[in-house]
Design a protein around this ligand. Structure first.
Ligand code: ATP
Ligand code: MG
Length: 445
């Protein structure tokens, strides 16, 4: 992509309404624009990262055997009356009346609708287990929308729902989600720690929240520092294996890690003092097992092996897709701007032409640009007439992990400069070698 043809409305000044760094950088880098309180347009650069995050989630859900689908954002109040949540949800639910005076609502989550789909179509234990999910916009009329996409009113969420015959099967589904979430967040360059949490309006017994440690996080968290040393990495996991999933759950949840809602001072004090940590965290996901809460209320039963009608055991599992952009930036930035992890970067690398208009520099940039695209990569080529300093500032702000700088002086010696955004280190090498190196970094060579 040539910057001269792209839409990247970067801001020089720091917007005064933004209190935290991720919000500031998302506005300054031209990723989002507020449409009204807590509601944003996703400009091209922000949209690209949103799509990358979404794709990682789809890939990891597929790996776990979960089935994608899509449900509407506007739903009828009727179903929510069946579960009792129409009244219980309170002012956070955006209620809408259509022209026929029917009560509708903008979905804050979708347990009722998926349970309705299930009960209309599944009647036998033979069709279980079943896990379906969607990535869809949600609306919660938050009393204090703030921090940009972190606490929006309209936000993008992955929500998945499992249906199982027994509690044991449903707990396996819970564990399977925990495993797949660990992988998902790590692929985005994040450490998200599963912490015991309170179940809130979803209801249920078992629940873990995934928290990214960050000073600006809204939750207070307490944990054993050993937990931050755990890495899921590239383990081969059989998601159908009860033992394997259970073992991962035990490994990642046996050390103390809780939010303030479930914090237990006495238990916490049993950890050796030097390992006790109090910090702040950003909730980027949550998994629940809630048994037969919705299936009882809405009559979602199946016949078991003996022909008896039994309510299905369910759980739901959410990831804050749009919030993740903020969380990643909070976890990965410096005073010049964002530093995208390679897994979610909007463009794989930037190309800076130090002297646009110089025939040799232009030709070299065009060639590098084309070579990267030929490798299946997605570069952003700054072909504008801006000064070099301004081009560097923009590249640093938008946070592409790699930059190739091309200028007449280097070309005389047959080299360009390859710079890592994270370390700031540069090396000079021939253009073809720079392209090969980028291709190797992204595993496409
Ligand atoms: P919170 O405690 O932050 O209000 P929640 O526990 O009510 O969130 P869930 O129902 O667990 O939210 O939703 C799943 C995920 O959606 C959360 O883990 C979070 O990452 C994200 N999320 C929830 N509310 C918002 C919001 N207002 N803006 C952006 N993301 C949100
Ligand atoms: Mg939650």
């Amino acid at each position: 992509m040539r910057l001269s043809r792209y839409f990247l409305p970067v801001l020089k000044e720091t917007p005064s309404e933004a209190q935290i760094v991720s919000h500031r950088y998302m506005l300054r880098a031209g990723m989002i624009k507020q449409a009204s309180a807590g509601i944003y347009s996703w400009l091209p650069l922000g949209f690209k990262v949103l799509r990358k995050i979404e794709n990682i989630i789809h890939e990891e859900q597929a790996r776990a055997g979960h089935i994608p689908m899509l449900m509407p954002t506007i739903q009828s109040a009727e179903l929510w009356r069946e579960s009792g949540r129409y009244d219980a949800y309170g002012a956070e639910m955006l209620r809408i009346t259509d022209r026929h005076e029917r009560e509708m609502l903008y979905t804050p989550t979708a347990e009722e609708l998926i349970t309705d789909i299930f009960r209309a179509n599944v009647s036998s234990y033979r069709d279980l287990p079943l896990t379906m999910y969607q990535i869809q916009w949600k609306f919660r009329d938050e009393i204090r929308p703030r921090f940009g996409v972190m606490r929006g009113r309209e936000f993008y969420m992955k929500d998945g729902y499992n249906f199982d015959l027994t509690k044991e099967d449903a707990l396996h589904a819970y564990n399977r989600h925990l495993v797949s979430y660990l992988r998902t967040y790590e692929r985005m360059g994040l450490q998200a720690i599963p912490m015991r949490a309170d179940s809130g309006p979803i209801g249920g017994d078992d629940t873990h929240e995934f928290l990214v440690l960050a000073e600006t996080g809204e939750s207070e968290v307490f944990y054993d520092s050993e937990i931050t040393e755990l890495k899921f990495g590239d383990r081969a996991i059989d998601y159908d294996s009860v033992e394997q999933c259970q073992a991962v759950l035990e490994e990642f949840t046996s050390r103390y890690a809780r939010t303030d809602e479930t914090h237990d001072e006495a238990l916490f004090n049993q950890i050796p003092e030097e390992r006790r940590r109090t910090a702040r965290g950003i909730e980027v996901g949550q998994i629940f097992y809630f048994g037969t809460k919705y299936s009882d209320a809405m009559g979602a039963t199946v016949s078991d092996k003996d022909g008896n009608q039994v309510p299905v055991h369910m759980g739901s599992h959410g990831i804050g897709v749009s919030r993740l952009l903020g969380a990643i930036i909070e976890a990965s930035h410096d005073d010049k701007g964002i530093i995208w992890p390679e897994g979610v970067t909007p463009f794989h690398c930037g190309i800076v032409n130090l002297k646009t208009g110089d025939a040799e520099a232009d030709a070299a940039c065009e060639k590098i640009h084309a070579a990267l695209i030929a490798q299946g990569l997605d570069p952003l080529y700054d072909d504008t007439n801006e000064r070099a300093g301004a081009k560097f500032a923009t590249m640093d702000l938008i946070g592409l992990p790699w930059r190739i700088t091309v200028g007449p002086r280097g070309l005389k010696n047959g080299v360009v400069e390859l710079t890592s955004r994270r370390s700031g280190e540069s090396e000079e090498l021939p253009p073809e070698a720079a392209v090969a190196k980028i291709a190797a970094i992204y595993g496409v060579a």
